[in-house]
Structure formats: structure tokens, C-alpha cells
Design a protein around this ligand. Structure first.
Ligand SMILES: Nc1ncnc2c1ncn2[C@@H]1O[C@H](COP(=O)(O)OP(=O)(O)OP(=O)(O)O)[C@@H](O)[C@H]1O
Ligand SMILES: [Mg+2]
Length: 581
């Protein structure tokens, strides 16, 4: 159960994110103090003005306007500095929070992050962060409101202490309904933020599927799905607005009651000669000026509760336990040439009844290519994912160059491995950056050399800005084969001892295919390779073939031996499960 107590959340937020902004916060608070002080003077100025004029002291006409201009300019100046510093501090803290959340999520276990739609994760950075920012700015403004009210009460006391007590006693009555409403708002806010995440996920999915939606004519279905999400979002927002809307009428009524009572008492006093018109006007002015900060304080709790709901969600995401991390005393991976051993490995995805890998023994000697083949769902991709520890096996162990992979540092393990998936992953960055990320710090010459070896140099050089050409979101400006060659260049640059390859199933045109195969041959040379094979050429060139079915190895041997055996492998080959190229 994540920690949701407001005080704990607040303490952690201050310590980890807001404290660094304390300089600006202090300036903002000082301005707030000045602001409250000047505001509290207004009723006194009004009282003085009225009393001086009723006494016919006209020389006040000269200096009073100057005092008024001075007071309003001071207020303006304070307001400006307060907002600049306050927003600066709040935005700085939010940026810090966003970075911390991103750091936590990019390092979280794959299983944890993959459990939610990417857009839902993304929405935390926007909706929750906005709620937190609002909470921060509103609290500082709230401190200002408290100070302003304090100052106004002081003015009232100075003007007429008995009346001041009467007014000051009425407002606290509002505290009770407001806290009750605050609890309601917090619940509603949490629901609203969830709905916002769901809607973002749906929109993301829908736009990403744009070609399918058009060819299958799913427009109406998608519209209905979006409409349901928007309706759920609206409903949750309405719930929140309803809860919030109760606050203002309560305060409005209380304010009216106060002014009415004060009017009656003051009117009676003035008529019996116990007070001056100035005091009377000044007092009413104080009550009216106090109405705005009191109202703001009333809704402050609601805003705070929304902020806390956001903070709780962000911290919960940050605190997801990490199972896949360096074990205590982890050493770097020992030197070696890529000797891979899976010993009685089993693995089950969380929430699945059937194991994805029931029992897997595998030995790939340095430089060997071992091909995994088998029907869909046999566990081939899962077997590969266990080596870089995207998941940890639930039983058995995996050794790389004699070291158990759980006992070496994650960084050294992953540095020794390159993975090339079925779908080439291209970042929205330049061709250079897309290859160089295989080995951060690589020079231009090294990147070019890798690109040449991956048969990618020619087409990259022909791009408008060569290696500095942005490849567009998802590499949209390249063909499928070109994308694959860029991802192969990235793997080559990494120069890993182990290559994990999930061959593309989609057929490429002959020229691209030849280029990709040539790049692959270069990449495999001298490294231990585990390849999920979809091409006959790949299995024929492999040193050994493991045939998997339902999470187990059911056949093992060379292409010729397996064909002679006439089992599952022979059936797969005969059913043309492999591309011929
Ligand atoms: N992220 C996941 N969460 C839960 N179950 C999963 C996940 N990924 C795969 N599985 C399940 O694990 C089993 C093995 O899947 P895997 O992806 O390893 O198969 P595969 O042999 O690579 O199949 P294909 O040839 O279709 O790629 C399947 O039953 C699949 O439904
Ligand atoms: Mg697969």
C-alpha cells in the first residue's frame, strides 16, 4: 500500500524536490508578507480619508492621494515579484519531480512498466504534475491569504475591537464543511487523473493504428470507444466540480451574514454617536476586502487535496519495487568470448497460469550460432529476453562466460549483449545519433565504419544532410530494410560478445534482403549468436537448431539431422514456415 498520508507526502516532496527552490520561495514569501501588510492598510486609509474629510481638513487632499498611489504601486510590485518567484519555484520543483519520475520509470523492471499503456505512464507527467504545481502555488498564495486576513483583522481590531471579534468568530464556522468537501475532492481527483490517463492511452493507440482504422473502416467503432472515454472523463470532472462548487456558496452566505451583522451593529453605534463615519466605512471595507482571501482559503483545501492525490500517484509509480537490480556484491562480468548456458530454466509471466518457458537447457559455445525455431507462442522471444535480464527466471540459472548473470552487474551484463528485434527501433533523432547510441561516445569515423559494415552507409550518405538527417518519429523516413540496417549498424558499433537476434518475419525486396543478410553475416562473425530464425538460410547456416514447443525444447540438431528425424522441425519446414531467402 503506497503511503498516502498528506504529511508524509509533503515532507518527502519538500525534501526531494522543493527544498532546492527555497531561495525563490523565501523571496515569494517575503513579497507575500509585504502584500498582506499593504492590503491590511487599505481599510485604515479609507477610515482616515473619511474622517479627515468629515472634519473638513482639506490639506489631506494633497497627501492622501499620494499615500494611496504609493500603497497600490507597492502592492503591484509585490504581486509581480511574488508571482515570478513563486511560479519559478513551483515549476522548478515540478521539473525536478518529472525528472525523478522519468528516471525511476526508465530504470523500473520491464514487467512493471509494460503492465500499463505507455500513454498512461506519459499522462502522469502532465496531469499529475499540473495538480502538484497548482497545489504548490495555491499553498503559498494561501499563506498570503492567511497573512492578509490576519492583517485585516488587526486593522479591524484597531478600528473597533468588539466588532472585530464578532466578524472573526463567524468565519471559522466554515472550516468544518470545507474539510469534509476536501476529502471528497481528493477522491474525485484521483479518479479524474486515472480517467485522464485512460483517455490518453486510448487516443495514443487509436492514432498509432491510423492505417488499420482506415483500411478496416473502424472509424465508427473508434469514435464510440473515444466517446465512452470522454464521457467517463467528463463524469469524473463533473464529480470534482460538484464537490468544489459547494464551497463558494457556503462562504458567500457566511460573508453576507457577517456584513449584515456588522452593518446592524455599526449603524446602531454611529446613530448613538459611539463611532465615526470613517470607522464605519473602514470596517465595512475590511470585511469586504477579507471576502476574497477567505474564499480563496476555502478552495485552497480542495486544490491541496488534488495536489496530494497527484503526488501520491507519482510517488507510487516511483516506488514500484525493483526486482531486477544489482545483487549485493555484484562483480563486473568476467572476460570471455560469449559462452552461454541456460540450465533448467523456467519462467512464467506474472498473472499467467502457464509457464512461457517450462524447461530450457541450452549451451552456446563462443562464436556459435544457435537458432531457435518453433510455432508461435513457443517461448522463443521469452528465452532471449532472459539473457539481458529483462526478466529473471523463476527457476534454474543462466551463465555467461561462467558467471551467473544474476551475480554480475547489470551494466556489464547488458554491455556485453546486443539485441536486434523483429521491428527495428528508430528514435526521432539523426542517423548518427541512432547508430551512436549503440556505444555512447563513439566517434564519427566509428559510426561510419559500422554503417558501412551494415550496408547502411550508402543510403545514409545520400540523405539530404547525410548522417545529420533526422530520421523522423519511428524512422518514418526510411524503408523497412533501411531501418533494419540502421539497427544492425547500432548493434555492430556495440561490438558485443553476444548477439540476440529476432529475425524479421516480414519479407524485404530482394536487394534489401541481400543487404540485410550481408550485414547480419558481418555482425555474427566471431560472436555467439542466439537467433530466432524465420529464414531457411539462417537455420541452414546455424551450428545448432533448437526446436521449441510450449516452453520446452522438443528437438535439437543440425538442419540435416532434424530433417532426417522427420518430426516437428521437418513439418515446420514442409509447411513453409520459413521464408526462403
Ligand atoms: N509480456 C507478456 N506477458 C504475459 N505473457 C506473455 C508476455 N509475452 C509473452 N507471453 C506469453 O508467453 C508465451 C511465450 O511467448 P513468446 O513471445 O516467447 O513466444 P514466441 O515463441 O516468441 O512466439 P512468436 O513466434 O509468435 O514470436 C506465450 O504464451 C505468450 O502468450
Ligand atoms: Mg517472438
Amino acid at each position: 500500500m503506497p503511503e498516502t498520508k498528506s504529511l508524509t507526502l509533503l515532507r518527502r516532496f519538500w525534501r526531494d524536490h522543493l527544498q532546492a527552490e527555497r531561495g525563490r520561495l523565501i523571496v515569494a514569501l517575503l513579497c507575500t508578507l509585504g502584500l498582506a501588510g499593504v492590503t491590511a492598510l487599505y481599510p485604515v486609509i479609507i477610515q482616515q480619508a473619511f474622517d479627515l474629510f468629515t472634519r473638513g481638513e482639506t490639506e489631506a487632499l494633497v497627501w492622501l492621494p499620494l499615500v494611496i498611489i504609493g500603497a497600490t504601486s507597492a502592492r503591484g510590485g509585490f504581486l509581480y515579484l511574488q508571482q515570478i518567484n513563486l511560479q519559478g519555484a513551483a515549476l522548478g520543483a515540478i521539473e525536478h519531480l518529472q525528472n525523478a519520475l522519468f528516471r525511476a520509470l526508465t530504470r523500473a523492471d520491464l514487467a512493471v512498466v509494460a503492465a500499463e499503456a505507455p500513454a498512461r505512464q506519459a499522462s502522469r507527467f502532465v496531469t499529475d504534475a499540473t495538480a502538484v504545481r497548482e497545489g504548490v502555488t495555491r499553498s503559498v498564495n494561501g499563506i498570503g491569504d492567511v497573512l492578509t486576513i490576519g492583517g485585516l483583522v488587526a486593522s479591524m481590531l484597531w478600528l473597533d475591537w468588539q466588532l472585530a471579534l464578532l466578524a472573526a468568530l463567524l468565519y471559522p464556522v466554515a472550516a468544518w464543511p470545507i474539510t469534509a468537501i476536501g476529502r471528497r475532492v481528493r477522491r474525485a481527483a484521483s479518479g479524474m487523473q486515472d480517467r485522464a490517463g485512460e483517455t490518453a492511452a486510448l487516443l495514443n493507440e487509436s492514432f498509432a493504428a491510423a492505417p488499420v482504422i482506415r483500411t478496416y473502416r473502424l472509424e465508427a467503432q473508434e469514435e464510440a470507444r473515444a466517446a465512452r472515454a470522454f464521457a467517463a472523463w467528463r463524469e469524473s470532472l463533473t464529480r470534482m466540480a460538484r464537490a468544489r462548487a459547494r464551497i463558494d456558496p457556503i462562504l458567500e452566505a457566511l460573508g453576507g451574514l457577517t456584513v449584515a451583522l456588522v452593518l446592524v451593529v455599526v449603524g446602531w453605534r454611529v446613530s448613538t454617536g459611539q463611532g465615526t463615519i470613517g470607522e464605519f466605512t473602514g470596517f465595512i471595507a475590511a470585511v469586504l476586502i477579507a471576502a476574497r482571501p477567505v474564499r480563496a482559503l476555502g478552495t485552497l483545501n480542495a486544490a491541496l487535496q488534488e495536489g496530494f492525490a497527484g503526488l501520491a500517484r507519482v510517488f507510487a509509480a516511483m516506488d514500484a519495487p525493483r526486482a531486477i537490480a544489482d545483487s549485493p556484491g555484484a562483480r563486473p562480468l568476467p572476460e570471455g568470448r560469449g559462452d552461454i548456458r541456460y540450465e533448467a530454466v523456467a519462467f512464467r509471466y506474472p498473472g499467467r497460469a502457464e509457464p512461457a518457458i517450462a524447461h530450457l537447457d541450452l549451451h552456446a559455445r563462443p562464436g556459435e550460432t544457435v537458432a531457435l525455431v518453433g510455432p508461435s507462442g513457443a517461448g522463443k522471444s521469452t528465452a532471449l529476453a532472459l539473457l539481458p535480464r529483462l526478466y529473471d527466471p523463476s527457476a534454474g540459472r543462466i551463465l555467461l562466460d561462467g558467471a551467473e548473470i544474476r551475480e554480475v552487474t547489470l551494466a556489464s551484463l547488458r554491455d556485453a549483449i546486443a539485441f536486434v528485434g523483429q521491428e527495428a527501433v528508430i528514435f526521432d533523432d539523426t542517423a548518427f545519433a541512432n547508430i551512436a547510441c549503440g556505444r555512447p561516445g563513439a566517434t564519427r569515423a566509428e559510426v561510419e565504419q559500422a554503417a558501412r559494415a551494415a550496408r547502411a552507409h550508402a543510403f545514409i550518405a545520400a540523405l539530404p544532410q547525410g548522417y545529420d538527417t533526422p530520421l523522423g518519429p519511428g524512422g518514418g523516413r526510411l524503408s523497412g530494410g533501411q531501418r533494419q540496417r540502421v539497427s544492425l549498424a547500432r548493434a555492430l558499433l556495440r561490438n558485443p560478445r553476444v548477439l540476440l537476434l529476432d529475425e524479421a518475419t516480414s519479407a524485404l525486396d530482394a536487394e534489401n534482403e541481400a543487404a540485410v543478410q550481408a550485414a547480419l553475416a558481418t555482425l555474427r562473425a566471431g560472436r555467439t549468436t542466439l537467433v530466432i530464425a524465420h529464414r531457411l538460410a539462417t537455420v541452414q547456416n546455424a551450428d545448432r537448431i533448437l526446436v521449441m514447443e510450449a516452453g520446452r525444447v522438443v528437438e535439437e540438431g543440425s538442419h540435416a539431422a532434424l530433417m532426417a528425424r522427420d518430426g516437428l522441425y521437418a513439418r515446420l519446414v514442409r509447411s513453409q514456415a520459413f521464408a526462403a531467402a
